[in-house]
Every structure is written in C-alpha cells, then in structure tokens.
Design a protein around this ligand. Structure first.
Ligand SMILES: Nc1ncnc2c1ncn2[C@@H]1O[C@H](COP(=O)(O)OP(=O)(O)OP(=O)(O)O)[C@@H](O)[C@H]1O
Ligand SMILES: [Mg+2]
Length: 504
C-alpha cells in the first residue's frame, strides 16, 4: 500500500514537473492544449475536486461569493492571523474576511473542506457593459471527490442560509411604519423605515420571571421551528396578544421580543389603511423574520362593524361576526377595513405569503375584542401584562438602582412585599418614582414605599366602600376628561389624588 502511495506521489511530482517544463518549451497555442491535457491527467489521479466561485459571474455579482465571504467571516475571525475587515451599508458591525490568497479549513457534517480566497490581477479590459474591478476575486473550494454529493446537496445551501442569518444580525434592525396613508415611495414600497434602537430587552422587562421564561422559550421554539411547522402543515407564524392596563410594558415587550429575535418591526397603523386590499398589499410587502404589530387594536378596527357585532351574542361561526355586518365576506367594497379583512390579514391564505412572522396585537381592553380575533391560530398566546408584582419590583430596583434583595433592609423588603400586590401600581409608575430619585437611592426606595402604601390604602378603601370611592373618581374623571372612563383609568391614581391622600 505504501508503495502505491509513493508511486502516486512521484507520478504527481512528474506531472507537475512536466507542466512547468511545457510552459518553457512549447509555443503558447500548444502550451494551452498540453496544459489542459496534463490537468485532466492530474485530476484523474487526484482524490480532490475543486469548485470555483468567482465574485463576478459574467456581468452579474455572484450571490454565492458574497455568501461564502460572510459565512467564512465567523470562522476566520477565530482562526485567522491576517484578516480583511469590512463594514456594510446600514450595519454597525464589522465583518472579518479571509485575506487575499489565504486559505481556511471548514468542516460540515464531519467532512473537511478547504477554502482558498484567490485574488489575481485582471487582464486589461477590452469592452464591458459595466466597469469591472482591477482584481479578479474568487473562492476555490477543495473537497474530497467522495464528498462531492454532500457538498452540492446541502453544504452550499447551508452556507447561503448562514450568510443570510449573519447579514441580518449585522444589519441594524428597522422599524417600519405605514403612516404615509397608503402612498408609495419611489421604489413602490408602502412602508417607511427608520433604524430600530429601542433598548428594551427581556432583562429590563419587569414581569414574573416564570412567565417571562415561558415567553422566551415560546419565541425560541418559534424561531427554530421551521421543520416543525413544515411537518405539521402550519404556516410559520405566531400570534401574541398583549393586554393589560396602560403602562404595564406592552410596547416594551414588543421591543424586547424584536431585540431578542433580531427581527424587524412593522408597526401597522390601521387607521391609515383604507380598505382590505390595501391591508393585504401591506402584508405582502413585509419581510420574513419580522414582527407585525397593531397597537391598541380595540381602538383601531372599524368600530361601526364591531359595535353592531357586539349587540348580538358573539359567536365566531356567525357570518355577521366573521364578515362584519353589511359587508360581503372577504371584501368590504367601501373605504374602511372590516373585521373580516383583519382576520384574513392574520390568518387567511395571504398571511402565509412570507414566512417566520409574528403578529402582536395590544389592547387595554381584551373584553372589547371579538372572539374571532382571539382564537388560537390567530392569537396563540394571550399575555396579561399585570400591575407591578414583587418579582417585577425587584427587577426594577435592580435595573434602576442596582439594588437587589441582599442590598436592601429586611424590614423594607418585607413592607414592599406586603404592599406591592395590594397597590396595583404599574411598572411605568414605579419606574417614574425610581427615575425621579435615582441620585438618592435610599430616598427612592422610601418614596416608592410611600407611594405603594397610598395606593394600597386607597384600594382597601374602595373594597370596603366601593360606591363612595367610585363616586369620587367619577366626579374627578368628569372634571378631567369628558371621555368614557375605563376600569384601568379608574385605577390610575392622579398626582392630585396622591397629594390629597398625603394631606390626610
Ligand atoms: N414591565 C415593565 N418593565 C419595565 N419597564 C416598564 C414596564 N412597563 C412599563 N415600563 C416603563 O414604562 C414605560 C411605558 O411602558 P409601555 O409603553 O411599554 O407601556 P404600555 O403597556 O405599552 O402602555 P400603553 O397601554 O399605554 O401603550 C416604558 O418606557 C418603560 O420604561
Ligand atoms: Mg404601548
């Protein structure tokens, strides 16, 4: 066996020698033909095959070249000694690349391959439709002949997928809005975008840690669930309904979700959409790996339809409920969107025109929403964003004051624990007290405790004598705003109220 390898090596050596000899002896025309012949012989004996991926394919940029460059950037940054660094447009991240004529080994499914970045000087250009760069760049992939099918079947697809992922992660995320009221931009897009820089994360979000973990796991399962969704024949999308009083973190949760998954956000302003087909067009122009948000859904949907629906007993199978009264199912024909339009938007055939999309609706009044909108498949997870609980309070104290349970006095901790559940104070109100006093941390805790006690006392009074408190609050609401009151508004304590309580 050893002899066989020795003779093969010497044969290859001879071939290489002949190759260089030919370059010297033969005239150019003959040299080319003989080189081709020798290469064939060489490749016949070699156990490797080679793939060339050039940067420019004819006159077009080769997508695969860019993908390989990005894909290799992750391994190159770890192993390479000499790296080329680039920063793409719309990106705040720097990408490492393989330097000119450098090579790197990669493994895929246990198969080892070698990548070489080949850069040569381009010969003088005769004529081209577009000016080409002076350098001719490309990657050469060397694989064992026996591994060729694997490489062609899955490795290159894997590279494309990974490269897209890296590109997405490197790029700043975007927040899209349709606030232009249906008009299109110069490229025919109905969405306008700005870089999305909201700092809210699941770490900064104050909520029950068990519930938080459940949501994070659900998001993770969703993002990695392509095969599952394919296997079960479901569209790769998921709906979350966030409900609860104002200031409990619904919008912050959406930002945290987007930051967690690195998804773009499409903030859909329903009042700017004129009809169902416009809604559908907007949906078609959203990209995958995005969160489509409709905030305060109860305030934005066509209330004339909804009010009529709510007069009858709500039943999902009732055609009036499904289509919105006075409209033909699936299309309204008028200039306002109907419930059916919205249902189709989230769950109809069109909702699957992209993939990996999350729908998030928020509301302060879940009871006002139509049952059809709430069913599983549309809104798969209903998340109640609650008033500040003790665990949430601890998160806020840690985030705002860098106080944890160990740093706080036991007596204060006990008082906080007792009073926080009774106070029904929103995380927004708690944050406000902490921000206001953040230079004096002890004062911040004292004031917070005070505020919580006032709220708890008021709530207790309401429990004992609901009518008296209700009347007082109704009077106040009437003075403050002529609008219809809500249970949450009733519970939100105004600054004057607090002052009054303090005076007592
Ligand atoms: N759960 C929370 N965790 C951390 N911060 C919170 C939380 N809830 C509210 N906040 C703070 O309060 C501010 C307002 O919260 P946010 O806008 O998320 O509330 P919301 O529930 O969306 O209110 P609305 O119903 O009025 O839209 C945020 O900027 C954030 O700083
Ligand atoms: Mg909000």
């Amino acid at each position: 066996m050893k002899e066989y390898w020795t003779s093969l090596a010497s044969l290859l050596g001879v071939l290489a020698f002949c190759q260089s000899l030919l370059q010297v002896i033969f005239p150019p025309e003959l040299r080319f033909a003989s080189l081709k012949f020798l290469n064939r012989v060489f490749q016949l004996f070699s156990s490797y095959c080679y793939f060339d991926i050039t940067e420019i394919d004819g006159v077009n940029t080769n997508e695969l070249y860019n993908a390989v460059q990005l894909y290799l950037s992750s391994s190159v940054s770890i192993t390479g000694n000499r790296l080329s660094l680039t920063r793409a447009l719309n990106s705040s991240a720097i990408t490492c690349g393989l330097s000119n004529n450098d090579s790197i080994v990669d493994t895929f499914n246990g198969v080892m391959v070698l990548w070489e970045h080949v850069v040569t000087q381009r010969q003088a250009q005769t004529f081209s439709w577009r000016p080409l760069p002076d350098e001719k760049r490309g990657f050469t992939l060397r694989v064992k002949k026996k591994d060729k099918p694997l490489i062609l079947d899955s490795y290159l697809d894997y590279i494309m997928e990974k490269a897209n992922e890296i590109r997405r992660l490197n790029q700043d995320r975007l927040l899209y809005t349709n606030s232009r009221g249906g008009s299109l931009d110069s490229r025919g897009h109905p969405w306008e975008s700005v870089p999305f820089k909201h700092p809210s994360t699941f770490d900064t979000l104050a909520m029950d840690p068990v519930k938080k973990k459940e949501i994070m796991d659900d998001l993770k399962d969703f993002a990695s669930g392509q095969l599952f969704y394919q296997k079960t024949g479901r569209a790769w999308k998921r709906g979350y309904l966030l409900y609860g009083p104002p200031g409990t973190g619904k919008s912050s949760m959406i930002a945290a979700m987007a930051n967690f998954l690195s998804y773009d956000i499409y903030d859909l302003e329903l009042t700017e959409v004129h009809n169902n087909s416009e809604l559908r067009k907007l949906l078609m122009k959203t990209s995958s790996k995005s969160i489509i948000v409709i905030e305060d859904i109860d305030c934005s949907i066509n209330l004339t339809n909804r009010k009529k629906n709510s007069q009858s007993t709500k039943n999902y199978y009732d055609p009036e409920v499904r289509c919105g009264s006075g409209s033909v199912c699936g299309e309204d024909g008028g200039n306002s969107i109907t419930l059916s339009g919205l249902l189709n938007f989230t769950d109809g055939l069109w909702s699957c025109c992209g993939s990996e999309r999350i729908f998030v609706f928020t509301t302060n009044h879940i009871e006002k929403l139509d049952p059809a909108l709430l069913r599983s498949g549309r809104m798969d997870m209903h998340i109640y964003m609650s008033y500040c609980s003790y665990p949430s309070l601890m998160i806020l104290l840690k985030n705002y004051l860098e106080y944890d349970e160990a740093k706080l006095n036991d007596v204060i901790l006990k008082e906080l624990e007792e009073v926080v559940e009774k106070a029904n104070m929103t995380p927004a109100d708690v944050s406000e007290v902490l921000i206001k006093n953040r230079r004096d941390k002890d004062k911040a805790v004292r004031e917070l405790l005070e505020a919580l006690k006032i709220r708890a006392g008021r709530n207790l009074k309401r429990e004992k004598n609901p009518n008296e408190v209700e009347e007082e609050e109704q009077e106040k609401r009437a003075l403050e705003s002529p609008k219809e009151g809500s249970e949450f508004e009733a519970e939100t304590c105004s600054k004057e109220e607090e002052e009054e309580e303090k005076m007592k």
